[in-house]
Design a protein around this ligand. Structure first.
Ligand code: XMP
Length: 246
């Protein structure tokens, strides 16, 4: 079986580089039906779908499995955005549940430490699953933590250390917010093709798809800009076109 990185790359060659962040708030009644509808109408413009706690907390095992199965039937990869950050044993139990639910990859927080991260990558790759780690988040206040100067041998910023750890531990990709194109460019230059760059923060949070794609982003993670629009198909189509012109 192909790796997560390859599976995502294969579908993106055909469908473009948009990953739908299928985030609904608690006022949305039929989360499963709505999500499955999104997959069925938007799949030609997507390479993947990302589920966050918006769905992971309220939905049952059966409902989440059904969403993942539907996504797979339409050729899409699925990512659990839980920013996993715990001790080795807890990470192991958590990912076992996620893989049983049918997810292809997990987003993890590298603050857990390099050894735990290596363990997580090793056990996930054994199951042909992917690991994506945070490098620099999209919210404006992320600067306060991810840009912090640290001294680990040499002086550097926290996101630079997280980038080094991502390369060393052979994760599949990193998250760098679309609101920080200069950091995307830095990571792209340093990691080259070793890591895919995933950028949330397009549209609603102020990031520009065109700017981040030219800075080196591989995949755009887009939520409210698509799902809250009156015409999600046309927004998705437009973003897909931009992602093809990279
Ligand atoms: P919107 O609606 O702003 O949704 O397009 C973005 C989605 O991505 C998540 N998000 C992040 N996830 N690192 C992540 O791993 C980040 O820096 C980051 N910023 C936003 C957000 O929770 C939502 O699901």
């Amino acid at each position: 079986m192909a790796t997560f990185k390859t599976r995502l790359s294969q579908i993106s060659k055909k469908n473009g580089k948009i990953i739908l962040a299928n985030d609904y708030d608690s006022s949305e009644k039929n989360l499963t039906t709505k999500t499955i509808q999104n997959i069925k109408t938007l799949y030609p413009y997507l390479c993947g779908i990302k589920l966050n706690f918006h769905l992971l907390l309220p939905l049952s095992f059966k409902e989440i499995s059904k969403i993942n199965k539907t996504a797979h039937n339409y050729g899409l990869q699925t990512i659990a955005d839980i920013k996993l950050n715990d001790i080795g044993n807890t990470n192991k139990v958590t990912t076992k549940h996620l893989w049983n639910l049918g997810f292809d990859a997990v987003i993890a927080n590298p603050i857990m430490g390099l050894d735990s991260l290596k363990q997580l990558v090793k056990s996930s790759h054994k199951e042909n699953k992917g690991v994506i780690t945070l490098c620099h988040m999209s919210a404006p206040e992320a600067k306060l933590s991810y840009d912090m100067e640290i001294k680990m041998g040499k002086s550097q910023k926290l996101y630079q250390l997280f980038l080094d750890w991502a390369i060393t531990s052979k994760v599949d990709g990193i998250v760098v917010g679309a609101t920080f194109p200069e950091i995307i460019q830095y990571c792209h230059k340093k990691a080259g093709s070793k890591l895919d760059i995933f950028s949330p923060g397009i549209g609603t949070q102020g990031g520009s798809a065109k700017n981040v794609l030219s800075a080196g982003t591989d995949y755009l993670i887009v939520g409210r800009t698509i799902i809250n629009d009156k015409n999600p198909v046309s927004v998705s189509k437009e973003l897909q076109l931009q992602s093809f012109s990279k």
